[in-house]
Design a protein around this ligand. Structure first.
Ligand code: AVJ
Length: 320
């Protein structure tokens, strides 16, 4: 019996084929890339939570402050008895800030891909808001999905906080907003959180923090691919890079190969030149008029905008 080579991890028992296909296609492209949606395994979600508490990462705390301060106004703009649909509800931290101002809510409909997480979060929310009707929907909000039948006649409101829209190319972002309009129907209101364009130094620091948490978050994608797809990325062979690309209005995150090297994913070799990068995330930043224009192309009228005193972040109310 020959012992297996120590750097060759045994192939994982069950491989997610679509994850594998996405990774192979991404690494075969001239500009190698990986989808940001794969950041969020258990460890990645923990690291993102840690990012939201970093001194440099202003978006989360600023958006929460806006929701706290203007919650009554935001709530007053929603139709009475509305069903509030949250696209990608995750840990429900944000909606908890709004719910106290929405006395007249018909139902809360958290939509999330992770059915298990969705169920446990909905249960916990139900304990804290016992009079609230909660109707979780397990679905990928980037694809069309149906709302529960018994909410057909209720007026609808949508909630899409966290500047998650910034992860999508502007054209895709408009497509997503248009699909929210179709899901919610005529007369709906949509509340969206959008990070704003600002000084490059502030943006760069928010995505390249001194404690190295964002670097760990970025590199965790390779750890995940090693474990789930039987790859052999050497974590010391790649470095975190993040910068605001002013011409494109977006933060780009990359993993930079520190040397010329060969990496194997599910038995397929990929060569990396020294300095070559894997593009792992875009985070688009908007101006208020820029976001307004984007929303209009998707069929939404701009109703209101709320920002913090420093103009770092914005929460918009749109009407269909
Ligand atoms: C969850 C997409 C809003 O773009 O700011 C944070 C993800 N990436 N630090 C963002 C992220 C690196 C975050 N979003």
């Amino acid at each position: 019996m020959t012992a297996p080579l120590p750097h060759l991890a045994p192939p994982p028992a069950r491989i997610d084929r679509s994850f594998l296909q996405d990774v192979i296609a991404g690494l075969r492209a001239p500009q190698k890339s990986l989808s940001a949606k794969y950041f969020y395994d258990r460890r990645g979600s923990e690291l993102f939570e840690a990012i939201t508490r970093l001194p440099e990462y202003y978006p989360t705390r600023t958006e929460l402050a806006i929701l706290d301060r203007y919650g009554p106004e935001i709530g007053a703009g929603l139709p009475p008895g509305a069903a509030l649909v949250e696209f990608g509800s995750g840990s429900t931290t944000k909606v908890r800030r709004l719910l106290p101002h929405l006395a007249d809510l018909g139902a809360y409909v958290p939509v999330d891909v992770s059915a298990e997480f969705l169920r446990s979060e909905a249960e916990e929310l139900g304990r804290d808001f016992p009079r609230l009707r909660i109707e979780p929907v397990a679905a990928d909000f980037t694809k069309p999905f149906d709302l529960p039948d018994d909410l057909k006649d209720a007026p609808k409101a949508g909630f899409f906080p966290g500047s998650t829209l910034g992860n999508f190319e502007p054209e895709m972002a408009a497509g997503l907003l248009a699909s929210f309009a179709r899901t919610l129907g005529a007369g709906a209101t949509l509340i969206v959180g959008i990070d704003l364009v600002k000084d490059k130094a502030v943006l760069d620091a928010a995505y390249d923090d001194a404690a190295g948490v964002t670097a760990a978050f970025n590199l965790n994608l390779l750890t995940r691919i090693n474990r789930e797809l039987g790859a052999d990325f050497d974590l010391d062979g790649f470095a975190h890079q993040a910068f605001f690309e002013e011409n494109l209005g977006r933060i780009e995150m990359h993993l930079v190969s520190r040397r010329s090297q060969l990496v194997t994913v599910a038995g397929i070799p990929f060569h990396f030149a020294s300095g070559e990068t894997i593009h792992t995330e875009n985070s688009y930043k908007y101006t208020v008029p820029g976001f307004r224009a984007l929303a209009r192309t998707a069929g939404w009228e701009h109703a209101r905008v709320w920002t913090d005193p420093d103009g770092l972040f914005s929460v918009h109310a749109l009407t269909a």
